[in-house]
Design a protein around this ligand. Structure first.
Ligand SMILES: [Zn+2]
Length: 238
């Protein structure tokens, strides 16, 4: 395993010790965990020249154009590349009883596809999709067609994060906050969101290639690609 900094391995060993000793470990993940699957940061979409992918009116007026871009940016990477090593490693940690849950600002549903059971998709996910005509709801598999249509009525399908204009899912948000109330260790992976909800006194580890807000709050910073860091964590925990 190659790391840019010689002290990165030492820091991962510190993370191993923290995870081994924590009672309630949670992960907060963001765009950085999915970039190895080729999925861009959602926030870049607003400034993209590909039309607005967070607008249902744009979807209704330009379904072919919308789904061309949506396939290129999200659906194709999800179905072709799938979850990253980090997603699988977090699912494995949960299975081993060493991770209580994942809070994510990503909408790509890759944590669940990797096998994680306890996930709070606070910005909703692509596993919930609405028929704009009859209101029926379909899971992520409905998106695996060029312009997804409702099998019952033929209506246009809108992915939930678009349908709700990328707003917060109140249930998932409440669940995430209840997790933070009991957390004693939080591992932040490629995320800059949900920052203000980590309570004082909780040990925070920030895994990110670049500086971000969590550096100021972190007890331990691991400047690394998340796949390398998390897979090394798993290898050293066992
Ligand atoms: Zn329908």
């Amino acid at each position: 395993m190659f790391f840019n900094h010689s002290d990165t391995l030492d820091n991962i060993q510190k993370l191993v010790d923290l995870v081994a000793n924590a009672k309630h470990t949670y992960a907060i993940t963001g765009a950085g965990i999915s970039t190895n699957a080729g999925i861009p940061d959602l926030r870049h979409l607003a400034s993209s020249d590909s039309g607005s992918l967070s607008s249902e009116s744009y979807l209704e007026a330009n379904p072919t154009e919308f789904y061309n871009d949506f396939h290129r940016l999200f659906i194709d990477p999800i179905f072709h590349n799938g979850p990253t090593k980090s997603h699988y490693a977090l699912a494995e940690l949960e299975k081993q009883g060493k991770l209580a849950g994942v809070i994510t600002t990503n909408v790509d549903y890759l944590h669940e596809l990797a096998g994680s059971q306890q996930v709070a998709d606070i910005w909703r996910s692509l596993n919930v999709n609405h028929c704009l005509t009859c209101g029926r709801i379909y899971d992520i598999k409905i998106l695996n067609q060029s312009v997804p249509r409702c099998p019952e009525c033929g209506g246009l399908i809108s992915p939930d994060p678009v349908y709700h204009h990328i707003g917060i899912d109140e249930n998932a948000y409440a669940k995430a906050n209840s997790w933070m109330a009991v957390a004693d260790l939080v591992i932040v992976i490629g995320s800059n969101g949900y920052y203000g909800n980590v309570l004082p006194g909780v040990t925070v580890v920030n895994i990110n290639n670049r500086r971000n807000d969590f550096d100021a709050r972190a007890d331990l910073i691991i400047r690394s690609d998340s796949d390398a860091a998390i897979t090394t964590l798993i290898e050293n925990l066992n």
